[in-house]
Design a protein. Structure first.
Length: 292
């Protein structure tokens, strides 16, 4: 099953008076990237959160907002850095004894030094917070994946419909090309007779010139390759999984063949069909930008 890269989900978990809310938003992105918002920065918890997405989301920009409440906030304790405090006192003594600076450091001076105090999260609280986050996160990820799959199904249908339109246009192009080969020969004969001012043109020369013109304007190879790319893309879309980048590559190939057909075409009806082909390729490209 293919998935869209766009989605939203919200889930909650509670443990007694403690509560955790997780909101997930995803949009299209070339790679898998995270932006995690939490009450406090915690690299260990962030790693666990990112690991929870493994095997569930392959590509996209994931914005996760985690809110803790009712006693589930981070519990911290104040820790004194005794070594830093002693260094401060030693430096004060050097300033007094060696440089004659008057005064004595007191408790107020020490308490004003931010560097000698640190706030540390209680180790036991990390596991408690993770239990709540993990429960809410699992439900939110499941809902997010469901939404991305639902939108992916809609994208799949639209892409397959557009591929059918491109295929139809390519078939009409070949039909038009075959039906107008006689017109090309007649127009070339008339042009040569006009150039030789009414004299009878050499039939052999007309055939040679017609062969040259036909070869230059032949789009059968491009049409065959176009059809082959359509078959491959249809197989990709039907197989499912993370196909976004492969589809983008196939679209480049489709567009290359369409551009060559457009450059070779000298028939207005064929040019119109090629314009339709390129228009539908562009519409698929817009949808493919959101495929995982």
């Amino acid at each position: 099953m293919i998935r869209s890269m766009t989605g939203f989900a919200r889930a909650e978990a509670a443990e007694g008076a403690k509560k955790c809310t997780v909101e997930l938003r995803t949009v299209n992105h070339r790679f898998l990237e995270f932006n995690i918002r939490m009450p406090s920065k915690d690299f260990e918890l962030e790693k666990r959160i990112k690991d929870s997405f493994a095997g569930k989301i392959a590509r996209g920009y994931v914005e996760a907002t985690i809110t803790m409440g009712n006693g589930a906030d981070v519990k911290k304790k104040l820790v004194l850095d005794e070594d830093m405090a002693l260094q401060f006192l030693a430096a004060a003594k050097i300033l007094k004894d060696k440089h004659g600076v008057a005064g004595q450091p007191d408790l107020a001076n020490i308490l004003s030094l931010k560097d000698i105090f640190k706030c540390e999260e209680e180790a036991s609280d990390v596991d408690g917070r993770w239990r709540l986050i993990e429960s809410a996160l699992a439900k939110a990820i499941a809902a997010l994946v469901t939404m991305r799959e639902a939108e992916g199904a809609a994208l799949k249908k639209d892409v397959l419909d557009k591929l059918s339109l491109i295929e139809g246009s390519a078939q009409r192009v070949m039909t038009l090309r075959k039906s107008q080969e006689g017109d090309i020969l007649a127009k070339l004969k008339a042009k040569i007779e006009e150039l030789v001012q009414g004299a009878e043109a050499d039939p052999q020369r007309i055939l040679i010139e017609a062969a040259i013109v036909a070869e230059r304007s032949d789009i059968s190879e491009e049409a065959i390759r176009l059809g082959s790319h359509i078959v491959q893309m249809r197989q990709l879309i039907t197989a499912g999984g993370p196909v976004g980048r492969k589809v983008e590559f196939m679209l480049q190939e489709l567009n290359r063949e369409a551009n060559t057909m457009s450059a070779k075409s000298t028939i207005i009806d064929i040019s119109r069909e090629v314009v339709e082909i390129k228009s539908n390729i562009e519409k698929i490209r817009e949808q493919a930008a959101n495929l995982e």
